[in-house]
Design a protein around this ligand. Structure first.
Ligand code: Q9C
Ligand code: ZN
Length: 671
């Protein structure tokens, strides 16, 4: 099993710069690399990565995507004087050449390919390439938007050719449209390209109609190009996450890629002069960790844009930290997507509904009203306000933000409670709990339950240990825990009561299968409970106790991703719990791997504070979950996935329509 994170960096890629006066190009400075790398060192992240040397890409690699004519032009810039360089740069849009540009572009691409080799050979699990020049705007015959060679597009062709890959996902979270990547793969169904980008109804660079949501690919590639235009600036964490849940992730899971390439531009982060968006650095942790559940965790992030040096550096660090498997900081901010974002989400879902089974139900959904005008721009920050971000003010904002989201990881990652005689293979570092609460304490904590349930000695013993572990979780002495129990529903009910009696502010509980206990909800605001079962009990749903029906219908593949992204995770991110309990009872209709996927994704919430309570008769599930919670590298074999049948989608959508009035992250349309 592959493990570890690669980092590609070489200061030689700082050896080119803009030589003349050009406002537009002045932001792409060499310090973008050094300041990011320096920050990685400050956080001690560099030494935790496998450092990979860069290399020069070969002509053959460059011409996987570019024409030889264009290659010759770029080659010729090596020996030009300043005047000639300026002249040839003017043939392209927003490009500047320097005598070292060719050398750096070869290193930038070569470094990217080194990363792809390390990941696909299994030398590492994932990695990031800190490279410049960037790549996603460059096209077969031309450079564009600071980009010389299209690093990520060539990486995809390279992976197809050298490793015979058939499905590659490219996620372009840079704030500009990577039109170069779109053009290259427009007719290619083996590469699914997703880009979100500042668009403002075509009034933002590069001003292309083909950047809009209705460009879905052509010919055999129809349906494999996904554009999410941002028609307003100021998009926040909630908007980014909503797009992942309601557009990218369902399609990506249905696509089932063998490799994920990220065009990792950070001009989509707060403080960037180009993007003017509001996503904070930890948002990139969440984006990264969600993508790590695809392609068995094989992910290569390749730097594109990002022009606020402070914001860029912090966001790069968040990405690398997450690739290394560190616990995620809580996502900050109001969890309500804005109207304009919902319009775009609705439009792209409608445009893609003919091509993706998981969007089938959206087929009869009309596109959102699209004013196509700039009427909304007035309500945004005045451009003066945004253009002249005071660096000192911004830096101190970011300093305090980073302090706020940083949390000290607990001394222990995972605790396990096992009943007598139940053995489980525990990964290194998992503590088997031996301490137990007193018998009186257990009985007092279980006062609401019929005494017969507690008569079994083994039940009392497990509850005693579980209470000890819960106290450790509450005190944040352990990050997460798993408890196997003779009766998981009693054990979970005791756990819920215990947590609700503590200072924990918001508890999210997910019950899978039939539950013996109905949880009382006098704790309004403190408790959100989602029950996923094969059949609804009658008339029990409300906004705090939600019942949804879910039945898997195939053994060879799973459809669980559907309910995961349209229901379970949006609710979780909306609620922002600080404690999570997940239980499985009998007659569960969700498989082991899917519960592991769920637990893996839930670790992004509540600072990773989660306990799984499962029956002692399920050691296999227990082993899978404990592996996933203890942060063992790899172990992300969650696929394959396939969209569920229409009836199931329709049934669920009806239910969600009711509760989305309160839970805004469930919304996937503006109307
Ligand atoms: N104010 C990358 O981020 N200038 N390239 C746009 C609009 C070109 C961006 C001007 C921006 C190119 C890799
Ligand atoms: Zn960009």
């Amino acid at each position: 099993m592959a493990s570890g994170t690669a980092l590609v960096y070489d200061e030689e890629m700082m050896s080119y710069k803009l030589l003349w006066d050009d406002q537009e190009c002045s932001i792409e400075v060499p310090e973008r690399l050094s300041s990011s790398y320096k920050r990685l060192q400050d956080y001690d992240l560099v030494k935790r990565c496998t450092q990979l040397p860069v290399r020069e890409a070969t002509d053959e690699e460059i011409t996987l995507v570019h024409s030889s004519d264009y290659l010759e032009v770029v080659k010729s810039t090596q020996t030009m004087n300043e005047k000639e360089l300026e002249e040839i740069s003017r043939k392209y849009t927003a490009v500047f050449f320097h005598q070292n540009s060719f050398r750096c572009a070869k290193l930038s691409l070569g470094g990217t390919l080194q990363l792809v080799d390390a990941v696909l050979s299994g030398e590492v699990q994932n990695g990031m390439a800190l490279v410049r020049p960037p790549g996603h705007h460059s096209q077969r015959d031309q450079g564009n938007g600071f980009c010389v060679f299209n690093n990520v597009a060539i990486a995809a062709e390279y992976a197809k050719k050298k490793y015979k890959l058939e499905r590659i996902l490219i996620v372009d979270w840079d704030v500009h449209h990577g039109q170069g990547i779109q053009y290259i793969f427009e007719e290619d169904p083996s590469v699914l390209y997703f880009s979100w980008h500042r668009y403002e109804h075509k009034t933002f660079w590069p001003y292309l109609s083909e950047s809009d949501y209705n460009a879905v690919g052509r010919g055999k590639g129809t349906g494999f190009n996904i554009n999410l235009p941002w028609n307003k600036v100021g998009m926040s964490n909630a908007d980014y996450i909503a797009v992942f849940f309601h557009v990218l992730l369902p399609l990506a899971f249905e696509f089932n890629p063998e490799l994920v390439l990220v065009s990792a531009g950070y001009d989509s982060a707060i403080g960037d002069p180009e993007g003017r968006m509001c996503a904070t650095p930890e948002c990139f942790s969440h984006l990264t960790s969600m993508l790590m559940n695809l392609a068995d965790g094989k992910l290569c992030a390749v730097l594109e844009g990002g022009y606020n040096l402070r914001s860029l550096a912090e966001s790069v660090c968040m990405t690398v930290r997450t690739l290394l498997g560190d616990p995620l900081p809580k996502l900050t901010g109001e969890m309500t997507p804005c109207h304009s974002a919902l319009e775009s989400i609705q439009n792209v879902r409608a445009a893609h509904s003919p091509y993706w089974k998981c969007l089938l139900c959206d087929g009869n959904l009309r596109s959102a009203h699209d004013p196509g005008s700039k009427e909304n721009l007035d309500s945004q920050l005045s451009s003066d306000q945004q253009q002249n971000i005071d660096t000192a003010v911004f830096d101190s904002f970011l300093d305090s933000h980073m302090k706020e989201i940083t949390f000290a990881a607990p001394p222990l990652r995972t605790c396990a409670v096992l009943p007598e005689g139940c053995s489980l293979a525990l990964p290194d570092g998992v503590l088997l709990e031996e301490e137990t609460a007193t018998r009186e304490h257990v009985i007092a904590s279980s006062s609401l339950f019929p005494y017969e349930l507690l008569e079994k000695e083994s039940m009392l013993a497990t509850l005693g240990k579980t209470l000890v572990v819960l106290n450790k979780l509450i005190a944040y002495q352990t990050m997460n825990a798993i408890a196997l129990s003779p009766d998981s529903s009693v054990c979970a009910a005791v756990a819920i009561q215990h947590v609700l009696a503590s200072e924990v502010k918001r508890l999210y509980c997910i019950n899978i299968g039939d539950i013996g206990m109905k949880h009382e909800s006098q704790n309004d605001g403190k408790f959100l409970c989602l029950n996923i079962c094969g059949a609804y009990p009658t008339g029990m749903s409300n906004n705090r106790q939600i019942y949804v029906k879910w039945t898997e219908c195939s053994d060879e593949y799973s459809s669980f991703f559907y309910i995961l992204f349209c229901c379970i995770l949006p609710l979780a991110y909306n609620y922002q719990p600080d404690f999570i309990i997940i239980t499985t009872g009998c007659n569960r209709t969700i498989g082991d791997k899917d519960i592991a996927l769920l637990v893996s994704l839930l670790q992004g919430l509540a600072n990773g504070r989660i306990i799984a309570v499962i029956p002692e008769t399920e050691p296999k599930l227990g082993e899978m979950l404990v592996k996933c919670m203890s942060g063992s590298p790899g172990e992300k074999h969650f696929g394959p996935h396939r969209a569920p049948p229409l009836e199931i989608i329709q049934d669920l959508n009806e239910k969600l329509l009711v509760i989305q009035k309160e839970w805004k992250m469930l919304q996937c349309s503006a109307s």
